[in-house]
Ligand binder design. Structure first.
Ligand SMILES: NCc1[nH]cc(CCC(=O)O)c1CC(=O)O
Length: 371
């Protein structure tokens, strides 16, 4: 018996396991969880889904009053830490950037297309919506970027699952909604999208389109089984994106978008990272980018956040550190990678350069908080 135990310990990672997967009950959550479960079943493991009801699913109160998108993850994490389930699958963009003590992200599987899509009446694109069109979204990030286009759109704060939101367009109560393309893809509803929005106009949420597969940090057996699902490129991208968010959360509370892509550089593969910080009235529209080594994802994100805070210090609140660098000397914020203003050409309908915000009103800062 003891000899058999010792033997099985050596081969533990290769043993078929029986794992309990905690999942929220929404269609998106169960679809995502089932996809991960199938990947593990293909490795010979047995996976049982355990439904966990979260406050974010049952309450109709606004997300911000419940404590933000973190409420979705909180109940799953409690069940994990209590040992009721062995692992959980989250939409990475809904996961707080602070690590959860006792838990670890064992895998970040290959990401779906991270862009946002428009679902509009009459097959319209963003450019065809027109002045006064009502766009439903509860996301300050989406509102800020749409407002910055200067197209005279108006916004309605909506909640509900993906199907509910699409229905609001089809029944004519809204002109359009903006949703993550990944959610539509996973639910088989991509045909409802009328435009995949160019990241030059709308940067996705950090981590959008990616999943996080989480388990207890001390559960080596489960960790090893989940690790085979990890995609190194996706992990590097979302690590950089979330580093921007984490660094900005410390320095401002404005709407944030970020997107990293692995690109072919002169010295091999590099990370190209773009980020946006704005205000929901569209008056602040700050976009910057950096390129750096794939192995440097966290510091790339932190450096890009520092650039954003420095360049937007007057409208974004207090940056952590504000070096009194002389004009023209940007070396302190870009020790390794090259920093540049992005996008290179003025985007959007108003043709305004990223920083040309004539009516920026710093005194309005307190009304521009992300909610
Ligand atoms: N905040 C809700 C949420 N969390 C994850 C997704 C979609 C899937 C993803 O982005 O990974 C969505 C819906 C949406 O934003 O349209």
């Amino acid at each position: 018996m003891s000899a058999a135990t010792a033997y099985s310990t050596v081969r533990k990672a290769a043993q078929p396991l029986t794992l309990r997967l905690g999942t929220r009950r929404s269609a998106l959550a169960t679809t995502q969880s089932s996809w991960v479960a199938d990947q593990l079943r293909a490795q010979g493991h047995t996976v049982d889904l355990v439904t966990i009801v979260t406050e974010g699913d049952t309450s109709t109160a606004s997300l911000s009053s419940l404590g933000g998108t973190g409420v979705f993850a909180a109940a799953l994490r409690r069940a994990l830490l209590a040992g009721e389930v062995d692992f959980a699958v989250h939409s990475l963009k809904d996961l707080p950037t602070a690590p959860e003590p006792g838990l670890t992200i064992a895998a970040v599987p290959v990401r779906e297309d991270p862009r946002d899509v428009l679902v509009a009446t009459d097959g319209r694109t963003l450019g065809e919506l027109g002045e006064g069109a009502v766009v439903g979204t509860g996301s300050p990030r989406r509102v800020a970027q749409l407002a910055a286009l200067g197209m005279g759109l108006s916004f309605k704060d909506i909640r509900g699952n993906v199907d509910t939101r699409i229905a609001m367009v089809h029944d004519g109560s809204l002109d359009a909604v903006v949703l993550a393309r990944a959610g539509l893809a996973r639910l088989g509803r991509l045909d409802d999208a009328t435009e995949s929005i160019d990241p030059l106009q709308m940067l996705p949420a950090p981590g959008q389109g990616a999943l996080a597969v989480e388990c207890r940090a001390d559960d080596e057996t489960t960790r090893a089984a989940l690790a085979v699902l990890d995609d190194a490129d996706t992990r590097a991208c979302v690590t950089a994106e979330r580093a921007v968010l984490a660094a900005l959360e410390a320095g401002c509370s404005a709407p944030v978008g970020a997107l990293a892509e692995v690109v072919e550089g002169e010295d091999g593969l590099e990370l190209s990272l773009r980020a946006f910080v704005g205000s929901v009235d569209g008056s602040v529209d700050l976009r910057r980018s950096l390129v750096g080594p794939v192995t440097d994802a966290p510091s790339l994100g932190h450096r890009l956040a520092a650039v954003l805070l420095k360049d937007g210090a007057d409208v974004l609140g207090e940056p952590e550190e504000r070096p009194p660098a002389p004009a023209g000397d940007q070396s302190a914020t870009r020790p390794r990678a090259s920093g540049h203003s992005w996008p290179p050409d003025p985007p959007g309908a108003n043709g305004a350069p990223p920083l040309a915000a004539p009516d920026r009103r710093p005194e309005n800062d307190s009304t521009e908080r992300a909610t």
